[in-house]
Design a protein around this ligand. Structure first.
Ligand code: GTP
Ligand code: NA
Ligand code: MG
Length: 299
C-alpha cells in the first residue's frame, strides 16, 4: 500500500503465560466481563479475540491464549499476528514452563514484551523475585537496569490496570502501527469451528483493508461470501477494519487457525483459488501417505 493510504490502527496485544497465572482474568478485568466463569474447569481452550475501547476512545485488540502444554501450536499462531505481547506471571508462583516458552516465542517473533506481574494481592506474592528470575532468561526489566516494561497487577482486585494500559499505549505509539483501510480486506484466522446452527464460523483478525458483508473471499482452502460479521459482544457489524477481530459467516467449509483470508473480485475466482488449494492439500496428503502407513506398521 502507498504510504499516503496508511492510517493508524489499534495494536494487537497477545496475552501469554503459564496455566492459571491469570491471563483470562486479567482480560476480564480490562473488559469488565467474566469469561473465566464460563470456561469448563476454568481452562482456556481456544484463542479468544476481543477489542476494548479505552476512556480516550482509542482501541486495543487483545488475544487470549491458553496456558496449557497441549496448546503450544495455538500460542505460536497467536504470536504471528501480534504487535505486542503481555506476559502474565503470577507473583506467588514464579517463572514456569509455559512462561519460559512464551518468552522464547516472543523473542523468536521479535515482538516487544510487557511483563504483567499478577496476583500481587496474595500474601505470598514476591514481585521482586520474578524480576530477578527474568534475568536468567535475558529479560531485563527497568528496575533491573533493562528496558522491558513491567507492571504489578491484580486481576482480582483490579489494581494496576491503568498503568498496564498506559504501557501498552506507549509501546504502540512507538511502533506507529498503520494499515490501509480502503482496499479489499486481508485477515488471519484466529480460530474456526463448525457451529451446529450457523455452519462454519471463523474468527478473523483483519490485518488490512475493510471486510464488508457481501464481500467474496478465499479463506485457506475454502471460498465464501460474507453472510454476517459478528463482533466479540455478539453484535452484527456491516464492516470490520484493520485490527478488528470478527466472526465471519458464509464459508463453504471450516478453515484452520492460521489460514489467511483474502477478498477477491468474483465468486468464480474465489472458487478457483479454493479448488486449487484443496488439490494442493490433497496432493500433500497422498505423498505423505506411505510414511504414515510405514509408521502404522512399525508401531
Ligand atoms: P489458562 O487459560 O487455563 O491457562 O489460565 P489463565 O492464565 O487464563 O488463568 P485464569 O484467568 O483462569 O485464572 C486462574 C485462577 O487464578 C482463577 O482461579 C482466578 O480467579 C485466579 N486469579 C487470577 N488473577 C488473580 C489475581 O490477581 N489474584 C488472585 N488472588 N487470584 C487470581
Ligand atoms: Na485457567
Ligand atoms: Mg485462560
Amino acid at each position: 500500500d502507498a504510504p499516503d493510504t496508511l492510517q493508524p490502527r489499534p495494536p494487537v496485544v497477545t496475552i501469554m503465560g503459564h496455566v492459571d497465572h491469570g491471563k483470562t482474568s486479567l482480560l476480564d478485568a480490562l473488559r469488565g466481563t467474566d469469561v473465566v466463569r464460563g470456561e469448563a474447569g476454568g481452562i482456556t481452550q481456544h484463542i479468544g479475540a476481543y477489542q476494548v475501547t479505552l476512556k480516550d476512545k482509542s482501541k486495543v485488540t487483545f488475544l487470549d491464549t491458553p496456558g496449557h502444554e497441549a496448546f503450544t501450536a495455538m500460542r505460536a499462531r497467536g504470536a504471528d499476528v501480534t504487535d505486542i505481547v503481555v506476559l502474565v506471571v503470577a507473583a506467588d508462583d514464579g517463572l514456569m514452563p509455559q512462561t519460559i516458552e512464551a518468552i522464547n516465542h516472543t523473542k523468536a517473533a521479535g515482538k516487544p514484551m510487557i511483563v504483567a506481574i499478577n496476583k500481587v494481592d496474595k500474601h505470598d506474592a514476591n514481585p521482586q523475585r520474578i524480576r530477578e528470575r527474568l534475568l536468567e532468561h535475558d529479560v531485563q526489566v527497568e528496575a533491573m537496569g533493562g528496558e522491558t516494561q513491567d507492571v504489578e497487577v491484580s486481576a482480582l482486585k483490579k489494581t494496576g490496570l491503568d498503568t498496564l494500559i498506559e504501557k501498552i499505549q506507549l509501546q504502540a505509539e512507538l511502533m506507529e502501527l498503520t494499515a490501509n483501510p480502503d482496499r479489499p480486506a486481508e485477515g488471519s484466522v484466529v480460530e474456526a469451528k463448525l457451529d451446529k446452527g450457523r455452519g462454519p464460523v471463523a474468527t478473523v483478525l483483519v490485518t488490512r483493508g475493510t471486510l464488508k458483508v457481501g464481500d467474496v473471499f478465499v479463506i485457506g482452502a475454502e471460498s465464501g461470501k460474507v453472510r454476517a460479521l459478528v463482533d466479540d459482544k455478539g453484535r452484527q457489524m456491516k464492516t470490520a477494519g484493520p485490527s478488528m477481530p470478527v466472526e465471519v459467516l458464509g464459508m463453504s467449509g471450516t478453515p484452520s487457525a492460521g489460514d489467511s483470508l483474502q477478498v477477491v473480485e468474483s465468486e468464480a475466482r474465489a472458487r478457483e483459488v479454493a479448488e486449487y488449494r484443496q488439490s494442493v492439500l490433497l496432493q500433500k496428503r497422498t505423498t505423505q501417505a506411505p510414511a504414515s502407513l510405514e509408521s502404522m506398521f512399525s508401531a
